[in-house]
Design a protein around this ligand. Structure first.
Ligand SMILES: [Zn+2]
Length: 316
């Protein structure tokens, strides 16, 4: 039942496919959720109007009123100016300097916060598992390598708002081209997309591998075949783990965060992935006998962005 004495916090994921809004409780759970397709290609005014209507409907269907809303947090892809609530550029949304917060407030005039979606997801995971730690890093191994940094309870954005793009630190100078325009980025080696390429390449060179029988090669193909004792799969997994782990070692060396969380599709591999990463890191990182960051698997999955956006707004 809706508790009508308490104000509610809302999180919205402004995605390239769907607009998803949720009511988020103090336990970092989404109690009510609603979504509609994003009208990609339409001007931001149209999409933000849809978003405001979605939030109104969500709130009313849950038995609340607009006046019960404490704050709204919006997570958006792209480069975000958090101070002014502007999406500077988001190629998949076709937004350029879109004043999202100002536009949203025309419909629902409450405190509104705009965050980069990866930062919002990192903040959600931080609120769920790392709330008391001084420094926290989220690494997302998905289509790309994303993530976010939280220091002293605040999302670290850099002076211009676009800091924390950990997927685009260098792993190999002159290496594989990355969608960002550079070559050799960590993302080009450690994303799920990269693992799939590495798996396909290995199958081509080793047609005797059981991976060649896979109907569709995806991010689990090599992990599954390795468990069955396939030699080629073992090599693919070992190489991939070394790519992921070398990037994590850089994060540790630079920040020594209390906690590092690994999310994204590859994190479905769970303990198996974690054990391999921890084994690599402990044999390749000089620890100087001091305590080491705790590395674990993210828990909120697809809800992290909505929960994080909601808390980023209510913690403002
Ligand atoms: Zn890059």
């Amino acid at each position: 039942m809706a508790n009508k004495t308490n104000k509610i916090r809302i999180g919205v994921d402004l995605g390239g496919t769907n607009l998803v809004a949720g009511i988020v409780n103090d336990n970092r759970e989404i109690t009510h959720k609603a979504s509609i397709p994003t009208k990609i290609g339409e001007p931001y005014q149209v999409i933000i109007k849809d978003m405001a209507e979605l939030v109104k409907k969500l709130v009313e269907d849950a038995g609340y009123q607009i006046s019960d809303i404490e704050s709204v947090g919006i997570g958006s892809p792209g480069a975000i100016d958090n101070k002014n609530g502007v999406v500077i550029t988001a190629s998949n949304l076709k937004f350029e300097n879109a004043p999202v917060v100002e536009e949203f407030k025309k419909y629902i005039n409450v405190p509104v916060d705009l965050e980069n979606d990866a930062n919002a997801a990192a903040y959600g995971e931080y609120k769920k598992t790392g709330d008391n730690c001084e420094s926290f890093v989220m690494v997302t191994l998905g289509t790309g390598v994303g993530g976010g940094i939280v220091i002293n309870g605040k999302i670290y954005r850099g002076f211009n708002g676009i800091g924390g793009e950990i997927g685009h630190v260098l792993l190999k100078q002159g290496g594989i081209p990355c969608p960002c325009g550079r070559t050799g980025c960590w993302e080009a080696y450690a994303s799920a997309t990269a693992l799939i390429k590495q798996t396909k390449e290995a199958i081509k060179n080793h047609p005797e591998s059981i991976m060649a029988k896979a109907e569709k090669v995806n991010g689990v193909t090599a992990f599954e075949a390795e468990k069955l004792g396939d030699k080629t799969a073992k090599e693919v997994v070992e190489n991939y783990i070394s790519y992921v782990s070398e990037g994590i070692i850089d994060i540790i060396t630079l920040l020594q965060p209390n906690k590092i969380l690994i999310g994204g599709g590859i994190s479905n591999e769970g303990e198996n992935l974690l054990n391999k990463i921890n084994a690599y890191i402990s044999s390749h990182l000089e620890t100087y006998g001091v305590p080491q960051p705790e590395i674990s698997i993210a828990t909120l999955r697809n809800d992290a962005g909505i929960i994080g956006a909601a808390f980023a707004a209510s913690d403002m």
